[in-house]
Design a protein around this ligand. Structure first.
Ligand SMILES: *Cc1c(COP(=O)(O)O)cnc(C)c1O
Length: 430
């Protein structure tokens, strides 16, 4: 069946329900249907090229169609497309887990695969919780440990467990009756965090954070030393620290992982988005030997971690994950990234001076440009997106905050076009 572009657009509007999209608006507007990708560009069904300004929602690292990633996938397709990890393994899963552990703090020794960021956090929550259930017969003080601590404005994905530790009112309010209540630290408050731990430290399983920068909250930066403060607090009260690096991992913040900015070691590290260079869905929850040991027992003790997904650790995705890490090494991606970050910082100065920009926030290649507080029904962020699209740029805002998150592989001239194009789009609309 060969369809004309208009027919494809019509078909999409007829039958595809898009995520995080008010479909009533979508059905009224021109839709954008991507057919191909080349480097940092996406190409639609009419052949029009766009800069992929948010890395296809924060996942792409080395650009689209990278020869090594493509070759590794083609090679893996000929061998095996899928086999389960339940009770057995695959060659790519084993090799990728080994490679991945070489990039993280040495206290993390175990890799539990899943297939998206929300589940990687869900798994960390369940593992941390079950750790205390598994050990509470031996250590009765563990019986009380049933609560989680989170940060206001957190985002950890859209499954109910991840929503429970999330804190973005707009996404989460409607599900309030279905979720569990965490203890929430507001405004990165050290005093409040200390108070929560002092009063309820022995009831807490884990503290969940997006290290250094809260992405979906609009690129909100943690104050310096707050992360290391939380690490110390967790240590003092025997509480796990879960670091959700789904957005910040794989070079996004200028270092391989955001925890490196403060040299801290989490008890759980949640990875997804960039883990395959943005080519296939894959996620991993990394944890320590001592967590792992709490699940090892005679089968009849029922200490097994009863959690898994059909496509957990898919071999194609793991092959891409392996190629992704090899590219980081072979192309010295992080070294080449540093001047690009500086260039981007310079390019953002003129946004700061714009009369309708409230604040510009940046950590590495994660940028939030917060506009004035326009009323929500004006959909100002969305207006800028449409104006940018006319200029051959794809971005997606978070409310009134424009997001720039280009692939790490972007070159300086393209980065310049992206920054200027977004500026012009914003200037036109505001
Ligand atoms: C995107 C994101 C998630 C959810 O990942 P999905 O793959 O979309 O489920 C979780 N945590 C953070 C910090 C994220 O940015």
């Amino acid at each position: 069946m060969k369809l004309h572009p208009e027919e494809i657009e019509h078909l999409d509007k007829q039958i595809v329900w898009h995520p995080f999209t008010q479909m009533q608006d979508y059905l009224r507007e021109q839709n954008l249907i991507i057919e191909r990708g080349e480097g940092c560009y996406l190409i639609d069904i009419y052949g029009k090229k766009y800069i992929d300004g948010v890395s296809s929602l924060w996942v792409n690292i080395h650009g689209h169609g990278h020869p090594k990633l493509k070759a590794s996938l083609k090679d893996q397709i000929d061998r095996l497309c899928h086999a389960t990890l339940l009770g057995q393994s695959t060659l790519p899963a084993t090799l990728f887990a080994k490679k991945l552990l070489g990039f993280v703090p040495e206290n993390l020794t175990k890799v539990f695969f899943s297939d998206n960021g929300a589940t990687s956090v869900e798994i960390a929550l369940k593992m941390a919780y079950q750790y205390f259930r598994n050990l509470e017969d031996k250590n009765s003080s563990f019986k009380k440990r049933r609560r989680f601590v989170n940060l206001a404005n957190a985002y950890h994905g859209d499954t109910l467990g991840s929503v429970s530790v999330g804190g973005i009112e707009l996404f989460h309010a409607v599900f309030k009756d279905l979720i569990f209540e965490p203890l929430t630290i507001q405004n990165f408050s050290i005093e409040q965090a200390e108070q929560i731990f002092k009063q309820q430290g022995e009831e807490i399983v884990a503290c969940v954070v997006e290290p250094m920068i809260q992405g979906a909250a609009g690129m909100r930066l943690m104050p310096p030393n707050f992360l290391s403060f939380l690490r110390k607090l967790c240590d003092r009260y025997g509480v796990f620290l879960i670091c959700d690096e789904v957005a910040t991992g794989f070079g996004r913040t200028g270092k391989m992982f955001a925890i490196e900015h403060e040299g801290i070691k989490p008890d759980f590290l949640c990875l997804a988005k960039g883990i395959t260079g943005g080519y296939l869905p894959l996620a991993a929850t990394l944890t320590t030997e001592s967590v792992f040991q709490a699940f090892c027992a005679d089968y009849r003790d029922f200490k097994t971690f009863f959690h898994g997904h059909s496509y957990t650790g898919n071999p194609l995705a793991c092959a891409a994950g392996l190629a992704n890490l090899e590219i980081f090494e072979e192309e010295q991606v992080l070294t080449h990234l540093q001047p690009k970050i500086k260039f981007l910082t310079k390019g953002l100065i003129k946004f700061q001076k714009h009369p309708h920009v409230k604040e510009v926030r940046q950590l590495g290649f994660m940028v939030g440009i917060e506009l004035d507080s326009y009323p929500i029904e004006q959909k100002m962020g969305h207006q800028v997106v449409l104006a940018a699209r006319k200029r051959g740029i794809i971005i997606r805002p978070l409310g009134n905050t424009l997001v720039l998150m280009p692939p790490l592989a972007i070159d300086l001239p393209t980065l310049q076009i992206l920054v200027q194009g977004v500026y012009d789009a914003m200037d036109e609309v505001t």
